[in-house]
Design a protein around this ligand. Sequence first.
Ligand code: PLP
Length: 398
Amino acid sequence: MSVPASPATLAVRASLESDSQHGAVIPPLHLSSNYTFERFGVKRQYDYTRSGNPTRDSLADALCSLERGAGAVVTASGMAALTLLTHLLEPDDLLIAPHDCYGGTYRLFEHLAAKRHFAVSFIDQTDPAALQAAFARRPRMILVETPSNPLLRIVDIAAVSALARSHGVLLAVDNTFLSPILQQPIRLGADIVLHSTTKYLNGHSDVVGGAIIAATEELSESLRWWANCLGLTGAPFDSYLTLRGIRTLHARMRQHEESANRVALFLDQHPLVSRVYYPGLPDHPGHQIASAQQSGFGGMVSLEIDGGEAAVATFVEKLQLFSLAESLGGVESLVCHPPTMTHAAVSRQALHEAGIGDNLIRLSIGLEDSGDLLEDLRLALDAAAHAVTLKSVAAASC
Ligand code: PLP
């Protein structure tokens, strides 16, 4: 009888002791771009690294087992995984996407649709009437991003899956914000799961990568074929680093979440903060669904502050333990202003429709001491409040 493998065990032990040549505990890194043929007309398991590579396959196997899929493709970035996904669509197909998804995803779909690769409709997927109306248009695929970037909206994966199944629609879920430690969409009925492995999976902000995991062998085969044809597969060294990152994923996610929860509770009480977006807060509109479909609320917190641009600028600049940078999910805490950074490619109108305002700030809570993070946030908010007071005094004296 084999020992049951929980996600933490799967992550730590992925491909350990797979080296039959030397018995290395940690699988070796295979950088070679090509492999000799055994003899004329007879190739070995691998021939060319774009098509297949042992190190990349170790990462694909790990992701596949963590997401409970049938097969996985490791790609050069999260956007490469999303590009790969679009190759399952034909020119007459309709894709339903979230109106508040990651800005790069929005840009990709909008521009491919403009070239008539497929049609796209961006909707509020938390609105049951909008979902029903979208399914009535006979889409081929729906992409769900839950929690969404940057508003942390929660979509009920099992409910969308039931709709998708009854309409013969493919359901893909971007699981970047939670990782398979906190959410396993295939178990909830998804056909495909995507990741920007750049984020929590690698976790150390030193790799750009992606992955796509399919629930069936048939879908996985089609994705593998397109990945090789288009040249979207990931580099071996990136795969090696990401596999190393995954071994600590479980411990990291636990700490990210614990600190994020403290940060969200603190921000919720601060007078300058007008709104906190964190699915772990009981008054978050998606709290109940998140509690049911996730095994944790994750490490991302968004907030809105009063006081206009002066307050936003002072807040982000005064922070010392949050680096002002794109990306998320690394060991270090980050602060981002979505309208001018991650979502800069999205039009003002589309940002407005998605509810992404100029006073929105996104925090990726890292692994620093949470007491230090709270103190840093308190000091930066105090400075922002001071800047607002000075500005209103100046305005009154004009
Ligand atoms: N999906 C989500 C939810 C993201 O946040 C991002 C990037 O921020 C991507 C996909 C794209 O990933 P990458 O930057 O690795 O191409």
